[in-house]
Design a protein around this ligand. Sequence first.
Ligand code: GDP
Ligand code: MG
Length: 175
Amino acid sequence: KMAKSTEVKIAVFGRAGVGKSALVVRFLTKRFIWEYDPTLESTYRHQTTMEDEIVTMELLDTAGQEDPLLREGHIRWGDGFVIVYDITDRGSFEDVMYFKNLLDDVKKPKNVTFILVGNKADLTHSRQVSTEEGERLAADLSCAFYECSACTGEGNITEAFYELCREIRRRKMVQ
Ligand code: GDP
Ligand code: MG
């Protein structure tokens, strides 16, 4: 019999320079790229199997400088979101609420599925946001939290994307 298949659309948001592109490429290739055109917006497809179902993930790596209308389109398009900040940049952590509010403005707040990722965990010497602060914010927003490094691969980036995928599937099933 044919396996069931689903498509899951994921958009990655966060202040410029937090490592969105590096994270997406790390997830897809298990490698780190040092420089990635910050103005480039890219989409990728990644296929996996979850509980006998073929899941095709479509990943949108947003570029950040886009206009509000384009961004609204990205939010409408997405089934789920990754909001990324950089643990060495407090401003990027403060931007998390800005992105969360954007999602709520476009989707119904109760339907917004997202995870919070604190990237650049390898840069411990210049850390500005503690792990506890990340955990607390995620608890407040009722979302999963991962601290990781696209550079070293620490923090289970694969699991973060898969967990978001599972969460999206759970929500789709109850609808
Ligand atoms: P984006 O603008 O959010 O897509 O960020 P990029 O993926 O282009 O990354 C911005 C800069 O941060 C680049 O110079 C990357 O090499 C660097 N970077 C990204 N992730 C990490 C990380 O986990 N650790 C370190 N040390 N640098 C990172
Ligand atoms: Mg980028």
